[in-house]
Design a protein around this ligand. Structure first.
Ligand code: NAD
Ligand code: ZN
Length: 343
């Protein structure tokens, strides 16, 4: 059984499909235990990704058990518990060696987008050696699903690209799952001020519970950041929303010599005020998640130093995907962050 995309604005359908098989020696077949829904899945359902064909199996996050491996897979065997990275990569091509797994030249396949995904009983993972991670003993597999996408995204695209440093001031625009993952992992670098900005009062409360030193609503954000930073603006601004307004606001929140790390996926064009940015020595970074830091994040989770399970607000069985999508689609009313799907 698999949840399949049925074209723009059509509800996805749970269908019986052929069980995936290894197609190349480097493939593995995983029997899913847990999956989850991402904002990207909602974008796909709205038709924002026109390249996706009808029938594509949705989902790019998951934890499961190895069902079978191709002859070229050495590190995994049937029965191993594994975390699946949201993109698959070879690890040895030119781009992979430069840490750009999402641009892997042998197929930086985005699951549930370019190839069939994880909202299914079984999934085929190409380049299994570099795209799967063994589950360390004692790790909560439900929490682990948060490491397929949102934690590497918040950490790599937000915290690393944003050069969060000890004692620095950091504003994170957006307190959705990705913004919160950035908020949690930013603390690995001990910033002095960690300001979470969102219009959703519940999410700001959650941000506080995760260590935000200050919170602000978008209409008060510029004023609040000025006050908190003594008029200087922040050293790092992490944009984790993906709309022109927030990209614009990020340029108002940043201080001299600072870095704006754009994480949000911008469907529309956003204005760049080059004169102002040049005058303040501002760097702007963008990045597609690479999942190169997943092994490090796994160690933190195993050591109990990553409160990933706290992002799970709802749990559903696979048969109840419709309700799961409805709940996640009304995240604000439902006070939902991540909804866990038990396969
Ligand atoms: P989300 O929709 O759950 O969260 C976005 C948050 O932004 C919400 O809490 C919303 O209330 C808030 N928001 C809306 N307007 C705002 C405003 N004007 N000011 C401040 N906050 C505002 O999304 P998410 O799952 O947390 O993902 C965040 C972004 O990261 C999305 O654009 C997503 O596509 C992107 N993303 C990027 C990558 C990557 O590789 N770079 C990977 C995954 C997700
Ligand atoms: Zn590669």
């Amino acid at each position: 059984k698999a949840l399949t995309y049925q074209g723009p604005n059509s509800p996805p359908q749970l269908l019986e499909v052929p069980k995936p098989e290894t197609e190349k020696p480097t493939d593995a077949i995983i029997k899913l235990k847990y999956s989850t829904i991402c904002g990207t899945d909602l974008h796909i359902l709205k038709g924002d990704v026109p390249t996706i064909p009808s029938g594509r199996i949705m989902g790019h996050e998951g934890v499961g058990t190895v069902a079978s491996v191709g002859a070229g897979v050495q590190s995994f065997k049937e029965g191993d518990s594994v975390l699946i990275s949201c993109i698959t990569s070879c690890g040895i091509c030119e781009f992979c060696k430069r840490g750009m797994y999402s641009h892997c030249s042998t197929g930086g396949w985005q699951l549930g987008n370019q190839i069939d995904g994880t909202q299914a009983e079984f999934v085929r993972i190409p380049n299994a050696e570099n795209s799967l991670h063994k589950v360390p003993t004692g790790v909560d597999e439900k929490a682990l699903v948060m490491l397929s996408d949102i934690f590497p995204t918040g950490f790599e695209c937000g915290v690393l690209n944003g050069k969060v440093a000890p004692g620095s001031s950091v504003a994170i625009v957006g307190a959705g799952p990705v913004g919160l993952a950035a908020l949690i992992t930013a603390q690995l670098y001990s910033p002095s001020q960690l300001i979470s900005i969102d219009g959703d009062a519940n999410r700001l409360e959650v941000a506080k519970s995760f260590g935000a030193t200050h919170t602000a609503t978008p209409d008060k954000a510029v004023e609040a950041v000025k006050e908190i930073t003594g008029g200087k603006g922040c050293d790092t601004v992490i944009e984790a929303v993906g709309i022109p307004d927030t990209f614009q606001q990020s340029q108002e929140l940043i201080g001299v010599g600072g870095t704006i790390a754009n994480v949000g996926v911008h469907g529309a064009k956003a204005d760049l005020h080059l004169e102002n940015l040049w005058d303040k020595n501002i760097a702007i970074t963008t990045r597609l998640v690479d999942t190169t830091t997943t092994p490090m994040l796994l160690k933190l989770l195993a050591a109990g130093r990553l409160p990933a399970e706290k992002l799970i607000t709802h749990k559903f069985k696979f048969g109840d995907m419709e309700t799961a999508y409805q709940t996640f689609g009304k995240a604000s009313q439902e006070k939902a962050l991540k909804v866990l799907i038990e396969m």
